[in-house]
Design a binder for this molecule. Structure first.
Ligand code: THU
Length: 136
């Protein structure tokens, strides 16, 4: 499978954002996660009237992918009206599987605003290796 370009990932994230369930914040988020094998999983934010169960677009995409057996990821595109950055909870969850993930932040019109890495967004992160007794 040929590697998806940043623009293809951004487009997939915009497509996913159309399904955002956002009656409380009206803040639309879409994400598109690229696996090592070239598959793309989209996700949107899904809100709850009691607020705390709300799930971000990034974790929706990640959980969709992991729940069908995917574990290796190369990149994620996230789109919002202001090219907003992933929250701390999503950074931590993505770090679990892909500390070197490429992160593309774009707006809902498809303009790429920042290309960075998860290690940049979560420096000195706490990852699975910290619980490995054989490592210090
Ligand atoms: N949100 C995301 O989907 N991803 C983020 O990284 C930041 C926040 C959502 C959660 C909520 O539905 C709305 O944006 C406002 O916080």
């Amino acid at each position: 499978m040929p590697e998806a370009s940043d623009q293809q990932l951004i487009k997939a994230a915009i497509d996913a954002s159309r399904h955002a369930y956002i009656p409380y914040s009206n803040y639309r988020v879409g994400a598109a996660l690229l696996t090592a094998g070239g598959a793309i999983y989209g996700g949107c934010n899904i809100e709850s009237v009691s607020f705390t169960p709300t799930v971000c677009a990034e974790r929706t995409a990640l959980f969709k992918a992991v729940s069908v057996g995917q574990r290796e990821f190369k990149a994620i595109a996230v789109v919002t009206r202001d090219a907003g950055s992933p929250c701390g909870v999503c950074r931590q969850m993505m770090y679990e599987f892909a500390p070197d993930l490429r992160v593309i932040l774009a707006d809902l019109d498809g303009n790429s605003r920042l290309v960075t890495t998860l290690r940049e967004l979560l420096p000195h992160g706490f990852g699975p290796a910290h619980l490995d007794e054989n490592k210090s």
